[in-house]
Design a protein around this ligand. Structure first.
Ligand SMILES: Nc1ncnc2c1ncn2[C@@H]1O[C@H](COP(=O)(O)OP(=O)(O)OP(=O)(O)O)[C@@H](O)[C@H]1O
Ligand SMILES: [Mg+2]
Length: 408
């Protein structure tokens, strides 16, 4: 798979861009604040329908375009992608409008998604363009909150598995309804008898999510161990990826959540949906009164976490910065391998300034994968850190003030 063309209008510091991207390695270089990362963000956005940097999509609209009195401003990201056997055009429009309301004119924001020029649902776009992105802020996956780590699972799995994505969306809807009902029961406005309808649905969707996450993490665990051992740590360190499904509440004397126990349990049963269903269902009902009291559902994949163990110790509190970077590299390289195993195609690699942070061995290991990929787009402020042979193989483009040009 590769992107042959990217068009932007009114996105970040690009008022207009037409960029034909070659296959193989593309290196975007230039001074700070010229628009290198903005290119990667746009491609990431088309692949996942979200920005890796902001929750507020309207921030991506070029701010100069919004300064005029136009009642409607449209930011547009469009790309042509080519797969082994077909080609698609993907487009997302970010639309900011002035709407009359009782308070006068009010700004409103909406998105339109087009696949081959036809309007589709957001979810229908995901999976057409598959990417793996390397960002300096990926370190948050290790040191940040569980929500960050769940987001990683969701974004990765959704790109490959549309059923996972739909199940997740259904799960979140049922979860919201169940939580609303729990609050009503708590306030005496509703009956306990209504709960099983929602609990059953939650178990149906939630079990599938537990299972798919467990299978994914097991793959990553095995592959990353191998990559880390062979090409990153010089056969010195051992790494493990451990899934912590929230199948039991994390409280109480007799139901103390034991991480290792839960990890082993899901690994043993990850091919047995009936068993996971049964257990999850039982735990939900054991926990019912507690949930009513709290007014929220306290077990389920929305509370999952995972962690990295290096040489038998958790990496987050004990690992050095370099060890954390290395583990992330192993994770991302394993993710690429997993996508290839699932789709028979390599994803597109997007790398933002990450090469600068790695030492020679790790840099070589990463650039090797870059060179072997179908398409990789890297950003850098200077070219000094790349070897001559790498630079000879890469297509170089200079980025300056929202313009991209071939160097002379
Ligand atoms: N909505 C927006 N409208 C216009 N410009 C924006 C918008 N959002 C961000 N910018 C600007 O776009 C410019 C380029 O940002 P980008 O992150 O792509 O730079 P970069 O080339 O990656 O730089 P660095 O080397 O510092 O990472 C910045 O000056 C930033 O302030
Ligand atoms: Mg940047």
């Amino acid at each position: 798979m590769h992107i042959s063309h990217l068009s932007l209008s009114n996105i970040r510091n690009y008022s207009r861009l037409e960029f034909s991207i070659p296959q193989g390695t593309t290196l975007l270089y230039g001074a700070n604040a010229q628009g290198k990362t903005n290119i990667l963000e746009s491609i990431y956005y088309l692949a996942t329908t979200r920005s890796p940097f902001t929750e507020h999509d309207s921030q991506m609209i070029n701010w100069e375009a919004t300064q005029f009195d136009d009642p409607i401003v449209v930011g547009r990201i469009k790309t042509q992608i080519t797969n082994a056997n077909n080609s698609h055009e993907l487009e997302i429009r970010l639309i900011q409008e002035m709407r009359p309301s009782t308070l006068g004119q009010q700004k409103s924001f909406r998105r339109e998604v087009l696949l081959d020029k036809r309007k589709v649902r957001l979810m229908d776009l995901i999976g057409h363009l598959r990417i793996v992105m390397f960002l300096p802020s990926d370190i948050q996956l290790i040191t940040g909150s569980p929500a960050e780590r769940r987001r990683f699972l969701n974004i990765t799995l959704c790109q490959i598995d549309p059923i996972y994505c739909r199940t997740l969306s259904n799960y979140n809807k049922v979860l919201e309804q169940r939580n609303a009902l729990l609050r009503q029961i708590n306030e005496g406005l509703s009956q306990k008898e209504l709960l099983p309808v929602y609990s059953d649905k939650l178990v149906e969707y939630g079990s599938q999510i537990f299972i798919k996450r467990a299978q994914f993490i097991q793959y990553i665990d095995q592959k990353a161990q191998q990559i880390h051992y062979e090409s990153i740590s010089n056969e010195k360190e051992s790494i493990r990826f451990i899934y912590h499904p929230r199948l039991k509440p994390k409280r109480g004397k007799d139901s103390l959540y034991n991480k290792e126990e839960m990890h082993d349990w899901i690994r043993t049963h990850q091919n047995d949906e009936l068993k996971v269903n049964e257990f999850y269902s039982e735990m939900l009902s054991v926990n019912q009164n507690h949930d009513i009291m709290r007014g929220t559902t306290t077990i389920g994949p929305h509370r999952d976490d995972w962690e990295i163990i290096l040489n038998q110790r958790p990496l987050a509190p004990f690992g050095s910065r370099g060890q954390q970077r290395s583990a992330l590299l192993a994770l991302k390289l394993a993710e690429i391998d997993w996508m290839k195993s699932q789709t028979n195609e390599l994803p597109i690699l997007l790398l933002d300034e990450v090469v600068a942070e790695l030492d020679e061995i790790r840099r070589a290991s990463l650039l090797n994968t870059v060179i072997e990929s179908n398409q990789a787009i890297l950003t850098a402020t200077e070219l000094g850190m790349f070897s001559t042979s790498f630079l000879e193989q890469a297509n170089q483009f200079h980025v300056e003030n929202g313009r991209i040009s071939k160097p002379n």
